[in-house]
Design a protein around this ligand. Structure first.
Ligand code: NI
Length: 473
């Protein structure tokens, strides 16, 4: 029997680790100078996907975008046949995709797409890493990291290592041993390097072991994996080991509170007010939105996501300085009804910390992603350190229509005194709608206010839910 088809001849040189988050660290989202972060969300059923747009690397941006689009399409197709009812109060399916750079070098860039899907009964984590060659301006799959023979040697070493671990499904390991290079690219679709140069094959939850094992990693030292790597693989390994570029350091935190004069505070218990709110940003269109709001002299409330806050500290500072309210929309935009008390509080506090670091003040309202909340969520966010939960009574469906005229029409027809209007500043079409939205609300005689101003007479307590303010006529 030729040695190449006899994995048993290979000794288990790697080590297996399972559970928890991947051990190859994610680099800060600000690792790329001039990068932007794009986000799309949908509610029926709930999904969110983000990706990084990197100046000078359009093919890498496009590869992330296309991968995320394909995953969303699969997810929506799966739940298209009425299996999902938007009115259900029980656990709803959910898809969550977030990008994480793992290597940034002059030749090679790696971006790992972290994917979580909840199918109604159980959740699964999976990883997919997109590699990019700067000289070739091309997005690449894992196989580009290896010589052709090296990829098969990696396979045999993974098989030998997993074969010596009784927690791994041995029938899956045997199937892996039979895979040729073309199939291997899909099976080993996430390979990364630790700063010490060791190579990590990241296997999805459920792929090779029971779901309770979580993500499975097979790790090889840089010595034992050196012979497998292609020149591009060596560049990727070096990129993961090198420190971040100097210009990636975060913005200094402004120490003082805004110098802006206190805005006049309308009495929303006596005069009809409406609060317009923007979720899921900040993003590439938020700067333009702030310009429009400034021009119109209208305040808004932004429910922001932690990673986007880190990406755009300047926009966060502008929001505060220009009299807007910043609210907490969690870190990873998971349905909080699926999480434990501790996880809910961590989602909340991590984002509050990021806002404080970027803009100098801490949010004191919270909007749960997809509006999903229950007794556990309310309890976790009650008391000291918690926040009132701010929902809405006007749903513009801007995320679905992506049409400025529809957004304006929805606000015009559905708003009433005390309304809280839900929009998303991650869409250009929504930002385009805002002058018309403001005009429509002012034409109805409403004063535009922040959520704080709208709910001032209620003094909302942490853990309480609010969908609108006073209904004065
Ligand atoms: Ni959201």
């Amino acid at each position: 029997m030729p040695a190449s088809s006899a994995p048993t001849a290979v000794s288990p040189t790697g080590t297996v680790r399972s559970g928890g988050a991947p051990t190859v660290p994610g680099l800060p989202l600000t690792a790329f100078s001039g990068a932007t972060r794009s986000t799309v969300t949908g509610y029926e059923p709930p999904y969110i996907a983000s990706w990084l747009a990197l100046p000078g690397a359009p093919a890498l941006t496009e590869a992330q975008d296309m991968w995320a689009d394909a995953e969303i399409s699969k997810f929506l197709a799966e739940w298209a046949d009425g299996d999902f009812d938007a009115g259900d109060t029980g656990p709803r399916p959910e898809l969550n995709i977030a990008p994480q750079p793992t290597a940034v070098g002059d030749t090679a860039i790696g971006v790992r797409m972290m994917r979580y899907e909840f199918g109604g009964a159980s959740g699964a984590n999976s990883l997919h890493t997109i590699w990019y060659s700067r000289p070739d301006e091309k997005a690449l799959t894992t196989s580009a990291l290896f010589t052709e023979g090296g990829f098969l040697q990696l396979r045999d070493a993974v098989v030998a290592t997993l074969g010596s671990d009784e927690n791994m499904h041995q029938n899956s390991v045997e199937a892996l041993a039979a895979q040729e290079a073309e199939q291997l690219g899909a099976t080993f679709d996430s390979v990364n390097f630790r700063p010490d140069g060791s190579l990590v094959v990241e296997l999805d939850q459920y792929a090779i072991a029971a779901g309770s094992e979580g993500l499975v990693e097979v790790i090889f030292t840089s010595e034992s994996s050196a012979a497998w790597l292609s020149p591009f693989g060596e560049a990727a390994q070096a990129a993961a080991a090198s420190p971040m570029p100097e210009d990636a350091s975060p913005e200094p935190t402004p120490a003082s509170s805004p110098s802006r004069a206190a805005p006049k505070r309308p009495d929303c218990s006596a005069t009809p007010c409406v609060a317009i709110t923007f979720d899921d940003g900040p993003g590439a269109h938020t700067g333009k939105l702030l310009d429009i709001l400034k021009e119109a002299e209208v305040p808004a409330t932004f429910f922001v996501l932690g990673p986007n806050v880190e990406m755009y500290p300047d926009l966060m500072q502008r929001m505060i300085q220009e009299g807007h309210q910043v609210g907490n929309h969690t870190w990873s935009h998971r349905q909080l009804t699926q999480l434990s008390d501790d996880e809910i509080r961590a989602e909340h506090s991590k984002t509050a910390d990021a806002v404080e670091a970027a803009a100098g003040s801490r949010p004191h309202t919270m909007r749960p992603p997809y509006g999903a909340q229950d007794e556990t969520v309310r309890k976790a966010l009650s008391g000291e350190g918690g926040d009132p939960l701010i929902l809405w009574d006007v749903d513009t469906l801007d995320w679905r229509t992506r049409d400025a005229a529809s957004t304006i029409r929805s606000v015009k027809e559905d708003s009433q005194p005390g309304s809280i209007v839900l929009m998303h500043d991650i869409h250009a079409s929504t930002v385009e709608a805002v002058p018309g939205v403001v005009e429509a609300l002012e034409a109805k005689g409403y004063t535009l206010v922040t959520v704080d101003q709208l709910l001032a007479t209620e003094s909302p307590a942490p853990g309480t839910v609010h969908t609108h303010g006073p209904r004065v006529s």
